[in-house]
Design a protein around this ligand. Sequence first.
Ligand code: ASP
Length: 312
Amino acid sequence: MSASPTPSWTLMIHGGAGVLTRETVSAATDAAARAGLDAALTAGEAVLAAGGAALDAVEAAVRVLEDDPTFNSGRGAVLTYDGGIELDAAIMDGRTRAAGAVAGVTRSRHPVTLARAVMEHSPHVLLAGKGADVFATEQGVEQADPDWFLTPARRAQLDAMKADPDNWFDVDMKYGTVGAVAIDTHGHVAAATSTGGVTAKRWGRVGDSPLIGAGTHADDRSCAVSATGSGEFFIRIGVGHEIGARIRFTGEDLQTAADTVLGEVQALGGTGGVIVTGPKGDAAWSFTTPGMFRGRADAAGTRHVAIYGDEA
Ligand code: ASP
């Protein structure tokens, strides 16, 4: 995508990458996803258009997607092998490179807000499991019953996965992780990502989303990145940091850096996508799957959601 003429605000969001084609996505899901992406853009752009911080905008956009059962985060997250919910999220502020993340939390309605609490109210970057749930209650982060998160569609997905024990991962990954990246009118970037991970995960499996430098990264010197895809490969490449490093050290533009690093992921056997915003107001998305739920809004009046690979 081309650079904006001025370093004004830009917001990019995603709702997961995967085998998303007009044949595999129902008309109902197509419509629900576009409406959900649109609502998330509205929440984020309200912050940015008022001169607010990129950090607040990415949190606001992700919170909307976490409440939307169409996407794999918060309500409607995929289920673990045991039929439970284990949520991962991260947030990073490009201005200071402060970051917070949680892995395997079970009761926070908005894991991205819990990640922000880790960043702002603890000396740590990543909290996991039971301890992170305790921290959430201590911080007064809104908690929800298991019923809030669980949807019949995810239950059916888990049952289908378990019927095929050779299938370690939901290779169809139709409805993924959510994320947002932004640059604000002050020239700062931020990134946030939230996910239920992969269907039927077990043994405390954690993907790339809550790992700073892998699925989530923000640095005013280069860019903000939120990723979605086969997390094991994104971790090994350090996708978010790698894209930023290429921009800093080689002077590559965002699109080239994103395409190149996703190519590296693909060479190892992984697929997925990224959204990227840079400190000059430039922005890019890239994916190696047939589609990615995605959206963009900016100060120049762009307002755009898309799903399939052949859409702009
Ligand atoms: N990257 C996520 C994970 O591996 C999954 C996804 O993006 O769909 O947990």
